[in-house]
Design a protein around this ligand. Structure first.
Ligand code: PLP
Length: 417
């Protein structure tokens, strides 16, 4: 069947999943692995919500494509309450994870140019490619904390060849991979440029509830007419494998666009699993319960994130402490000469050498759109058992695996010679 090859799309498994697999293989050979590659919540889904899911196991009927109405009501009320949004249930589409919904949002454009800051989450560019869109990257720098700036955005927009083709920016913060956020002032500055050039923005707010500082600022406040928000249960509720996400589409984008997104949803996943939607209705139904649960998670994540960034900074690695979520994005440029002497001159070779020598799995910066030779990596500091730590009331958290993994990285760097 080799004749088929030229007709097959080049699409690879997401690099984050591959690193996870490599880690499992090494672990199955009995070697210690520090799993800093895969960014999955270390916390359990609260017992009350698991119980609702168990009780809903018999609900085998399809639900509406847009999502169970009480769930959409609960999502809107929850985010209005927690983050000062102004959402209505009918603007929300629920799906089997926000990832497939982001794909639906992109695929709903017959033609578009997709704009991504480098670094950005691994799946946006492949999704844009699958939807048949060109991808453009905007560089960011360590000095700007890997943030998109109004100047760089303006420079890109004003030099576009065909400004009639819709420009869709996927904008995520707190960021996977950098752990960085934006202030209200920074968002306001960006919103002015977005409005001037009529961007469509997919604001991926999947980590917003895991912001370490209170008062998450949202781009939507400054650019409501062009801002679609995506989020879901995966990160704040520790429920990645449940596959429950949503998008909120502003009225200003019009009915045709909304119907196109719904149409793609109906021709792909049909609806999010019904029992999961019922459990999610409970999860979104009680902001005060969520607040208490989030407060514990945030305290622990902030502590372990800070421990890791301090450890790296102490041996001379350039890294910004995380402001939310689970990630750090260190740059190893100060070690470039010593690394090149060992043949390590790309982020992929860096990640491969690190796992081979120390058992520490990280993802190379190139997976996030960084140039191959940038010596950057994403480090997910979640190799700990959140359930055990929460059960211990968060007292004297051990994080021993994280500590050992960080010690292994730091020793390896110090011994490069
Ligand atoms: N966006 C970002 C930045 C993520 O890190 C992830 C998950 O890793 C997703 C979206 C997808 O989340 P979901 O589980 O809702 O599909």
């Amino acid at each position: 069947m080799n004749h088929l090859e030229p007709f097959i799309r080049s699409s690879q498994q997401s690099q984050t999943l591959l690193v996870n697999q490599l880690s499992h293989e090494r672990a199955s050979r009995g070697e210690t692995i520090f799993r800093f590659g895969f960014g999955q919540s270390p916390f359990p889904v609260p017992r009350e919500i698991q119980d609702v899911l168990a009780a809903a196991a018999h609900r085998k009927e399809y639900m509406s494509v847009q999502g169970h109405p009480p769930l959409r009501e609960a999502i809107a009320a929850f985010h209005n309450n927690m983050e000062g949004k102004d959402w209505r249930a009918e603007q929300i589409v629920v799906g089997a994870g926000s990832k497939i919904l982001i794909y639906c949002l992109l695929a709903a454009f017959r033609q578009a140019e997709v704009l991504l800051p480098a670094p950005s989450w691994v799946s946006y560019a492949p999704q844009a490619g699958l939807a048949g869109h060109e991808v453009s990257w905007i560089e960011t720098t360590f000095e700007d904390r890997w943030r998109l700036t109004p100047d760089r955005l303006e420079q890109f927009c004003s030099s576009r060849a065909d400004s009639n083709v819709p420009l869709v920016l996927v904008f995520n913060y707190p960021s996977n991979p950098t752990g960085q956020s934006y202030s209200r002032e920074q968002l306001k500055g960006l919103a002015d440029v977005m409005r001037k050039h009529r961007l469509i923005v997919i604001a991926d707010e999947i980590y917003s509830l895991l912001s370490y500082e209170s008062g998450y600022a949202t781009l939507e406040e400054f650019y409501p007419e062009g801002c679609i928000v995506s989020s879901g249960l995966s990160k704040w509720c520790g429920a990645g494998g449940w596959r429950l996400g949503f998008v909120r589409i502003p009225d200003a984008l019009g009915k045709t666009y909304f119907q196109a997104v719904l149409g793609i949803a109906s021709e792909t996943f049909s609806c999010a699993p019904s029992p999961i939607q019922l459990a999610a209705t409970r999860a979104y139904g009680d902001p005060s319960f969520a607040r208490a649960f989030l407060q514990k998670q945030i305290g622990l994540l902030r502590e372990v994130g800070r421990y890791c960034s301090d450890a790296l900074q102490q041996v001379g690695v350039e890294v910004h402490p995380a402001q939310g979520g689970f990630y750090l994005f260190p740059a190893f440029d100060r070690f470039r000469n010593r690394l090149s002497a060992r043949g390590v001159d790309t982020s992929e070779k860096f990640a491969a050498a690190l796992i081979a020598d120390t058992g520490v799995a990280v993802l190379p910066g190139s997976a996030f759109g960084m140039p191959a030779e940038s010596l950057t990596a994403r480090l997910a500091f979640v190799d700990f058992d959140g359930e055990q730590i929460m059960a211990a009331g968060g007292r004297e958290p051990e994080f021993s695996k994280v500590r050992q993994g960080m010690a292994a990285i730091c020793t390896w760097l110090s011994e490069l010679g």
